[in-house]
Design a protein around this ligand. Sequence first.
Ligand SMILES: Cc1cc2nc3c(=O)[nH]c(=O)nc-3n(C[C@H](O)[C@H](O)[C@H](O)COP(=O)(O)O)c2cc1C
Length: 375
Amino acid sequence: MRSANMSGKPVCISDFEDYAKKFLPKSVYDYYRSGADDQETLADNVAAFARWKLYPRVLRDVSVMDLSTSVLGQKISMPICVGATAMQRMAHADGELATAKACQAMGTGMMLSSWATSSIEEVAEAAPDSLRWLQLYVYKDREVTKSLVRRAERAGYKGIFVTVDTPFLGRRIDDVRNKFQLPPHLRLKNFTSNSLAFSSGKDFGENSGLAVYVSEAIDSSVKWEDIKWLRGLTSLPIVTKGILRADDAKEAVKLGVNGILVSNHGARQLDGVPATIDVLPEIVEAVEGKVEVFLDGGVRKGTDILKALALGAKAVFIGRPLVWGLVYQGEEGAKEVLQMLKEEFHLAMALTGCRSVEEISRTLIRRHDVLFSKI
Ligand SMILES: Cc1cc2nc3c(=O)[nH]c(=O)nc-3n(C[C@H](O)[C@H](O)[C@H](O)COP(=O)(O)O)c2cc1C
């Protein structure tokens, strides 16, 4: 574990979190940080990366490097993208607009949450040259769902990441204790009605307000048929976000999705599931190169990114680190987080002898606990 030291400038991602913990109201920090239940998977998402060891190649002239790659046909400067995290205006007044501007400046992509505190259109306007995708929740009211997709198409978003692991919200104990809801000056800006906008003032009883919101608005009957429906609805690339099994990955490919995001929702849904890096290899194998595979969960440093790519991910997405950057300094802080990860990844590539992302291969990595248990 890295120790954080916030007396000076942040030098690692945990420094940003340290700052956010001191700065944010407790219920907001808890919402951003928490995992589900006992948070076993939350810890494992990070810890699992350490079980995979790198086997560097040496003497390969790494004086000139190229970190660029592409996601769903769109060029990006590095395989590090920003995942959907809801309600970013609790982190900084500029919220999602700051994130989009930071991504635009860094030449990478941003996935906007359905539950953003800035609208699809506002984000597009703030950073017109940014690469944006929409994260989609399937609402009980399919017209609401459809209209989110149409608005994303019109506003120049380049893909839909449909979240498939949330028929109900995972049980996040701190949010239940805090009876979490949005502060009164904020709402989910993609919706007009107060109930869909998760406006405060409603009595959510002894529960997380968000858990109540999900049970009222999000469709728990969502099924594979709905992926088919979505495929027929839009010609934008579709990625299923929240796949952890090879058979589910194969099913998604059969239905015509363009990508799989291996994700356990930052350990916020079902506790006790494996770390994403541990299931990545079997998903990559299952899809047989037919679609792009991405990973999120616990990515905190450059070597994590290199490990994910060595195991077959096309790119990684970050959740919490970006939020901590926003808290630290809005757009500048978000940029700093992305720049830090970029520099760390650059170093990890150089020290493993990779001059381009194409040179990051499976031979660079082995899982050590398996190795030792065989001896
Ligand atoms: C505060 C927070 C809010 C999130 N909101 C959403 C969301 O609205 N939609 C979604 O599909 N995933 C959401 N996620 C999950 C992230 O997209 C992503 O899977 C996860 O954060 C990656 O793990 P990491 O935080 O360890 O990087 C959220 C995660 C966090 C931490």
